[in-house]
Ligand binder design. Structure first.
Ligand SMILES: [Fe+2]
Length: 293
């Protein structure tokens, strides 16, 4: 029987997990309990994980999708070789160093975005900008019947993160990933999760460009209705970071966003590990970052 304690964070999604000790391999029963919680709750929060290595972070990320064997197996001991990178307003060369990020699934523009996204608070100073989450699975289930029937057979195009949907007047703090090439994919708006089979409301404010079957005005109108439903403040949960927090979530079922991060503001350094590691062709570049415009 599992030795972990797993409690709901909100009725719709999220679970708080206690009983995981950094660097200690989990009993198979605990691994199974984590997988079950990950698939049913979509997001897991572990507090007090100070000192956790990137290889243990990678072990947990792989474990929740059933891809792992032994903790530390194949570990190299360096963050880079363990596939970790940083979201930080202080560290040299970090991703998303400043600015605001609209709700999205990472790599939503790709045919197969990676499955698990994990962030570990290496160093955060209060008041740290929270990360905001919503469940695309729970929001599909909560769709009003008339809206659901309108989108049942429609498709949307998702493009490399351009943050196109800033409201007028508040665009200045939006972080603009700049890429020399545009990538895109087309998916059903009712997207079946490849692992859990749950229906997802698969559009995002950051990356969804248009509804394939509709003209421009109707497409924008429908997307704005879907965003209002998906990002209803009552459906969003915000995590206030403390040192040692690890949050891992299903990148497809749960979308994330954040408010404006300032390079002069409190230190906010999060270590990011994803699973499985995506295979990108050699022409896919990392974005550079700019705001405004
Ligand atoms: Fe992201």
């Amino acid at each position: 029987m599992s030795q972990l304690t797993i409690t709901e964070i909100t009725p719709a999604f999220g679970a708080d997990v206690t009983g995981v000790e950094p660097e200690v391999p989990l009993h198979p029963d605990d691994e199974a309990a984590l997988r079950e919680a990950f698939d049913t709750r979509g997001l897991l929060l572990f507090r007090g994980m100070e000192g956790m290595t990137s290889s243990y972070q990678r072990y947990l990320a792989s474990t929740v999708i059933g891809k792992s064997g032994v903790a530390g197996e194949g570990a190299t001991g360096t963050d880079e070789e363990d596939g970790a990178y940083f979201v930080s307003n202080r560290r040299e060369g970090a991703n998303a160093p400043f600015g605001r990020l609209l709700f999205h699934t990472d790599m939503m523009w790709a045919d197969q975005p990676f499955q698990v996204l994990t962030l570990f608070a290496v160093e955060v100073e209060p008041p740290s900008v929270p990360t905001n989450f919503t469940s695309a699975a729970a929001r599909w289930d909560a769709l009003p019947d008339d809206l659901r029937s309108r989108i049942e057979d429609l498709h949307a195009v998702h493009v490399t993160g351009q943050q196109m949907r800033a409201d007028p007047g508040d665009a200045d703090d939006l972080l603009k990933p700049v890429r020399s090439q545009v990538r895109s994919t087309t998916k059903p708006i009712r997207y079946e999760h490849p692992r859990t089979g749950r229906s997802l409301l698969y559009v995002s404010q950051m990356m969804s460009d248009r509804v394939v079957e509709l003209g421009d005005a109707d497409s924008e109108q429908l997307l704005s209705e879907l965003f209002a439903h998906l990002y209803d403040p009552d459906a969003v949960w915000s995590h206030d970071w403390a040192n040692g927090d690890l949050v891992m979530w299903d990148n497809l079922a749960i979308q994330h966003a954040r408010g404006n991060v300032d390079v002069e503001g409190p230190v906010r350094t999060l270590r990011k590990v994803i699973a499985p590691r995506p295979v990108l062709d050699a022409t896919t570049e990392s974005p550079k970052f700019a705001t405004g415009g």
